[in-house]
Design a protein around this ligand. Structure first.
Ligand code: GLN
Length: 490
């Protein structure tokens, strides 16, 4: 039944509604696909029994005429979302076999709307990374391969499992999170659609914290419309997250397909960085031409503080991470390595439980927050952050949205940047600004490079204006007509 796994979410929901197939059939097809795709290492926990139980319950609801917006649709869940009674690890040894006693708000909203959980998806440890190589469960392998090569490529990170599961038809859509690019860069590397909504659109409650002022969840999906359907279910005010916004959730799917005629699109000149491959530059030009053809007006804009965004991000994010990760002390949950006294127990537990990249971030974060360096680093980074947000405010006086590449390269080989943290951090050059300013950003698959690997374009919107991004994303999707799929080798 492999044709059931190649459906879009929208088409699958239509098939369920007109009884072409049941959720049990649809879910079984995905369970089989997941089991056959273990070489990709996308799922770190498969939950076939739970999935089929949820599917049967969905079929029963539908028979009674009580189906919700996502009823019967099998999804993958990034293992950063707490799932009640189902192991949640953030792909860190320090959480060990942690089994949450509660459900994250986002996943509970997905189940409220009838979705089915296939299992938990791999990610970089605590979502820190751009290649999924910092996971305690080993890297995810991108289903895409360069033409004529068997080399294993990264699907990007940190939501590498989510992006791979969607690209390889191992779910109809997946949850993901984005602190500096972790939804958009993996989407670009795998030919999928990803949107990070405005900060506060989705509740962070029950999502393992990395950098709380930047973290935001969103979907990775096969199409712009699928992303809109998923984001609608994921969004909404939650009293349990004080940063969640108490505003109405727009009907995101209704924006897909709307005319974009007359919209003004900003092209930030600072995003033409040195050393960017000519193909990415060309794709960007192509994206501009597509939007022009769709009736948009193209305007050059300036975001002058862009060059300070990465350094500011790599101060703010580790600072918040060092504070958030202080809770992993071996006392309440997860791993404990006993020492001769309490301090030694803390030290041994944290030394054994955290991986190298997480330790690096905790050390950088602790350093920039220390009494002697707080003003020089942390406070300075916050000032830069303000300037970056001001740059966007200025630009959005003139334009309705911005168009940029999503990432400075296509998927690279596993291991290629693993020993060079700075080279790895450069992947986030076009995405971190959006998190620092709290804005919505979307990646849309727009073409293939000369090796046949997917490339993405990024749309950046005004705060709370995801609707315009869905309209523009729909227009780009239509123009790009990206239908390529990875050739199955797993
Ligand atoms: N690659 C970035 C980092 O390592 C972003 C990660 C993310 O968005 N979770 O911090």
């Amino acid at each position: 039944m492999s044709n059931l796994t190649s459906l879009t979410l929208k088409a699958a929901l239509a098939g369920l509604a007109d009884k072409s197939f049941s959720s049990v059939e649809l879910t079984q097809a995905h369970v089989d696909a997941v089991a056959a795709a273990r070489p990709l290492n996308a799922y770190i926990l498969e939950a076939p029994e739970k999935a089929l139980d949820m599917a049967a319950a969905s079929d029963a609801r539908r028979a009674k005429g009580e189906a919700g917006a996502l009823d019967g649709a099998p999804l993958g869940i990034k293992d950063l979302f707490c799932t009640e009674g189902v192991r949640t690890t953030a792909c860190s040894n320090i959480l060990g076999n942690f089994i949450p006693t509660y459900e994250s708000t986002i996943t509970s909203q997905l189940w409220r709307d009838g979705a089915v959980m296939l299992g938990k998806l791999n990610l970089d440890e605590f979502a820190m990374g751009s290649s999924n190589e910092t996971s305690a469960f080993g890297p995810v392998v991108n289903p895409w391969r360069a033409e004529g090569s068997n080399a294993k490529l990264t699907p990007g990170g940190s939501s590498g499992g989510s992006a791979t599961a969607v690209a390889a038809d191992l779910c109809l859509g997946a949850t993901a999170t984005d602190t500096g690019g972790s939804i958009r860069q993996p989407a670009a590397f795998t030919g999928t659609v990803g949107i990070k909504p405005t900060y506060g659109r989705c509740s962070r409650w029950g999502v393992v914290a990395f950098a709380s002022s930047l973290d935001q969840a969103g979907p990775i999906a096969k199409t712009v419309e699928d992303a809109a359907i998923l984001l609608k279910s994921m969004s909404g005010h939650d009293a349990k997250d004080s940063t969640s916004l108490d505003i109405e959730v727009p009907d995101f799917p209704s924006f897909v397909g709307k005319s974009v005629k007359g919209l003004r699109i900003g092209i930030p000149k600072e995003y033409r960085v040195d050393g960017m491959p000519a193909e990415i530059e060309k794709l960007w030009e192509q994206g501009i031409a597509w939007l022009k053809d769709a009736g948009c007006e193209i305007v050059e804009v300036s975001l002058p503080h862009t060059k300070y965004a990465l350094p500011a991000y790599y101060i703010v994010a580790p600072a918040e991470a060092s504070s958030n990760l202080a809770r992993y002390d071996g006392m309440r949950y997860g791993l404990r390595v006993d020492g001769a006294n309490l301090t030694e127990t803390y030290e041994k537990t944290r030394a054994a439980g955290f991986g190298t990249e997480v330790k690096r971030r905790i050390m950088i974060g602790t350093y920039v927050l220390s009494a002697g360096y707080y003003d020089a680093y942390y406070v300075k980074a916050l000032k830069v952050r303000r300037r970056i947000a001001d740059d966007f405010d200025q630009a959005f006086q003139k334009v309705d949205a911005l168009l940029t590449p999503t990432a400075p390269s296509a998927a690279f080989a596993l291991g290629e940047n693993a020993d060079d943290p700075v080279a790895m951090y450069l992947n986030d050059i076009f995405t971190v600004t959006v998190n620092l300013a709290g804005l919505p950003g979307m990646s849309i698959p727009a073409g293939l490079d000369h090796k046949g690997l997917p490339l993405g374009l990024q749309l950046i919107g005004k705060a709370l204006d995801e609707g315009t991004l869905f309209s523009l994303g729909g227009a780009l999707e239509k123009a790009a007509d990206f239908r390529a799929k990875p050739t199955r080798w797993w």
